[in-house]
Design a protein around this ligand. Structure first.
Ligand code: TA6
Length: 287
């Protein structure tokens, strides 16, 4: 997927243009500090590449951009819950059409904000009035903030995740560290040494990680730092071989070059009273 080859359908500013990729509308950021692409479907960052560096974000070569299902790769926004807390899995935000709210820019980069409000459709799935805003700050680093506001008159319980797929050189030469002393896997709590390598599927919810989690990628000889706020967990996921083969939107060996490190609120553990707001964020930087 190279969105820069696609025809421009609108020019929003010196640094932001719009194009169509299959069934979805994509904002392209081309700035001296970095390039990025953002889909309005799902408020989904598809790519981020700081100037002079390799892609930081991984996208599946078999991802579906029809707008009919969640996109495999990038940074899916899982909201208003994480995982199978309810149906659909990982919530409805990642398969909803968001609205461009604002774009701003200066010499440090570009800031784009998208919003999603409740509708008859969302209230069928989840009976709450809300305003969700995703703010993407594209510059030397990528910052994504998910701001949830309860605009109704009853309390609402939320979870969620910024489900970042990182682009790595070789999963067998990758270590994720500063993860803290406990993780949950398949519902069971385990003690943790605080770091993990990969030689099989890993699907873990780390509940006591540091604010910054480090990804040591010997394949590309670089380190990625993932700094999270507003979360109660960091999820680390690599599907490994069998699961990749079983997934229609991943190539069989594509697990070799990705790892998900997610800023997450698991268990719908944030309660928002009417009028209250919660912000979940992640900053990804390449060292
Ligand atoms: O964040 C890890 C996880 O919840 C895994 O259990 C795994 O299934 C993954 O997300 C992908 O979920 P998806 O619904 O996008 O196939």
């Amino acid at each position: 997927m190279d969105v820069n080859q696609l025809p421009t359908t609108a020019v929003l500013s010196d640094y932001v243009t719009v194009c169509e990729l299959d069934g979805i509308k994509v904002l392209r950021v081309i700035h001296p500090k970095a390039t990025a692409s953002i889909s309005l479907f799902g408020a989904h960052v598809l790519s981020f590449q700081p100037s002079g560096k390799k892609d930081v974000i991984w996208m599946s070569e078999k991802a579906d951009f029809s707008g009919n299902k969640a996109i495999r790769g990038g940074v899916p926004v899982c909201w208003p819950w994480f995982g199978k807390a309810a149906e659909p899995s990982h919530g409805f935000a990642r398969s909803s059409e968001w609205t461009l709210n604002e774009h701003r820019e200066n010499e440090q980069g570009v800031i784009i904000s998208l919003t999603l409000k409740d509708s008859a459709n969302t209230r069928d799935i989840w009976p709450h009035a809300f305003n969700a805003e995703i703010i993407m700050e594209v510059g030397d680093t990528l910052k994504i903030s998910l701001v949830s506001t309860n605009t109704g008159d009853t309390p609402m319980l939320i979870g969620g995740a910024l489900h970042t797929y990182l682009n790595i050189g070789d999963i067998t030469k990758t270590t994720v560290s500063q993860l803290g002393n406990e993780f949950i896997a398949a519902g069971v709590r385990h003690p943790s040494a605080g770091n993990t390598g990969f030689d099989q599927e890993v699907d873990r919810i780390y509940t006591h990680s540091d604010e910054t989690v480090m990804v040591e990628d010997l394949g590309f000889q670089r380190r990625l730092a993932v700094t999270n706020q507003g979360h109660n967990a960091v999820v680390v996921w690599n599907p490994w071989k069998d699961l990749s083969i079983s997934m229609g939107d991943m190539a069989d060996n594509s697990y070799e070059t990705m790892v998900c490190v997610e800023s997450a609120v698991h268990d719908r553990s944030v309660t928002l009273e009417p009028g209250q707001t919660h912000t979940l964020s992640t900053v990804i930087s390449c060292q």
